[in-house]
Design a protein around this ligand. Structure first.
Ligand SMILES: CC(C)[C@H](C(=O)O)[C@@H](O)C(=O)O
Ligand code: SF4
Length: 466
């Protein structure tokens, strides 16, 4: 019987250890941000341990930091304290840190790939659930908790039981205007927020092959919203093309050898998956969330569902509750839902391709009266590129607020960028639970193209509607 991609990467990292029922995995890259890490460093101090491989560890500031006045001291006292702690911890333990204002700074899941740190076949962990983003490169990448962060810092290893394997095959072709974001929302709507629980998902099929690296990252990013441990896509020509442009890549014969090895990282034809689902790429259309979890999503062409339409009482109760929180009426066309605000950004959709898609729709148009649109780059490098390509001018002319600083911003409202109670947003982020974007906030998860069209129309819309 052949092996899956996940199994191959896993097995290549198992460090011989006692028979504990768990494998001890060697970790190739450990990323850190300012949330969820302070206790791990306190633990190291308490036990008098050092960081074993600071050279395989990198920190960035992303969650709490402001996205305006990036050159000034942080005003918010909580955010300032978090950053100060992060700076002290990284300095004390010799870990490189990309601080606010650093040209390489950005959201942790955006900078790994951008800086060429994320490579096929690696094991990558970070104190953050959306670490799964980096599985787009054929790496095994997932989020870990604070005590595991401490363990990896101290030993560069992690004890874990290997998750099961799940294949998500997307045949056919995504139609023009349909993006990886729509695909992943459609997938989660189908399998539910626990549909991938205990599994590493491998995406395959012609619609996946055709995705750009940015699209693949969006897909793997939201894989965790289906409860999955990780998402992976086997490296191919698209992956190699992206990697070839990244800093620090091997050159000449060394590159050829590495590329050969990477191309071999794929599931064997006779590999057996514990679970599988097949989707028709041609059938996917722009998707939007109506409720308070990402599975509560429907096609933009669809209607706000009636709670009675759900199969189980728990789903019906969840739908009733979500509709009340979201102030929506069953039967209302999603296209008739008006928004107050539009947020473009996050580790799901804050990369250059996302900003290009937004600019394409905003070009020559204006954000609707009464709607505020905030665009926050996923990294400082994305921002520089957006300026260089003229996207920033398009955003300005349209009346959107293109922020100077990169970070999580209104994705999680851990800095001062947040929605007011009751405010409704179309947002390119990945989570829409109650209060996610500020107390009482109402989030509709959308693709960048839908976000842009919605900003112009003032109601949920796709570019074709304009
Ligand atoms: C703050 C962090 C731990 C959290 C995560 O793990 O995902 C955040 O990034 C989020 O998206 O909710
Ligand atoms: S952008 Fe949002 S989802 Fe991504 S790491 Fe930051 S808070 Fe989490």
């Amino acid at each position: 019987m052949g092996s899956t991609l996940a199994e191959k990467v896993w097995n290549a990292h198992v460090v011989p250890s006692g028979d504990s029922g768990e494998d001890l995995l060697y970790i190739d890259l450990h990323l850190l941000h300012e949330v969820n890490t302070p206790q791990a460093f306190d633990g190291l101090r308490a036990s008098g341990r050092r960081v074993r491989r600071p050279d395989l560890t990198l920190g960035t500031e992303d969650h709490n930091i402001p996205t305006i006045a990036v050159d000034k001291p942080i005003k918010d006292p909580v955010a300032r304290r978090q950053s100060e702690l992060m700076r002290k911890n990284c300095a004390d333990f010799d870990i490189p840190l990309l601080r606010i204002g650093d040209p390489k700074q950005g959201i942790v899941h955006v900078i790994g790939p951008e800086l060429g740190l994320t490579r096929p076949g690696m094991t990558i962990v970070c104190c953050d659930s959306h670490t799964t983003t980096q599985g787009a490169f054929g790496a095994l990448a997932f989020g870990i908790g604070t005590s595991q962060v401490e363990h990896v810092l101290a030993t560069q290893t992690l004890a874990m039981k290997r998750p099961r394997d799940m294949a998500v095959t997307v045949n056919g072709t995504l139609r023009p205007g349909v993006t990886a974001k729509d695909l992943v929302l459609a997938l989660i709507a189908e399998i539910g927020t626990a549909g991938g629980q205990g599994h590493i998902v491998e995406y395959r099929g012609t619609a996946i092959d055709a995705l750009s690296m940015e699209g693949r990252m969006t897909l793997c990013n939201m894989t965790v919203e289906a409860g999955s441990r990780a998402g992976m896509i086997a490296p191919d020509a698209t992956t190699l093309e992206y990697l070839a442009t990244r800093p620090g890549m091997p050159q000449g014969a060394a590159w050829d050898a590495e590329a050969e090895h990477w191309k071999g990282l794929r599931s064997d034809p006779d590999a057996v998956f514990d679970k599988g689902i097949v989707l028709d790429g041609d059938a996917v259309s722009p998707f939007v969330s109506w409720g308070t979890n990402p599975a509560q999503s429907v096609p933009l062409n669809g209607l706000v569902p009636a709670p009675d339409a759900f199969a189980t009482e728990s789903e019906r109760a969840a739908a009733r509750h979500a509709l009340e929180y979201m102030a929506l009426t069953p039967g209302m066309a999603m296209r008739d839902v008006p928004v107050d605000s539009v947020f473009v950004g996050s580790c799901t959709n804050g990369r250059i391709e996302d900003l290009r898609a937004v600019a394409q729709t905003l070009d020559g148009r204006k954000v609707a009266d009464g709607v505020r649109m905030m665009i926050v780059p996923g990294s400082a490098s994305v921002r520089r590129q957006a300026v260089a390509e003229g996207l920033a001018d398009v955003f300005d002319r349209a009346g959107a607020d293109f922020r100077a600083g990169a970070g999580c911003s209104m994705c999680a409202a851990l800095n001062e960028d947040r929605l007011r109670p009751g405010e409704r947003a179309a947002s390119t982020n990945n989570r829409n639970f109650e209060g996610r974007q500020g107390r009482g906030s109402r989030t509709h998860i959308v693709s960048p193209a839908v976000a842009a069209a919605t900003a112009v129309s003032g109601r949920l819309a796709a570019p074709d509607d304009l």
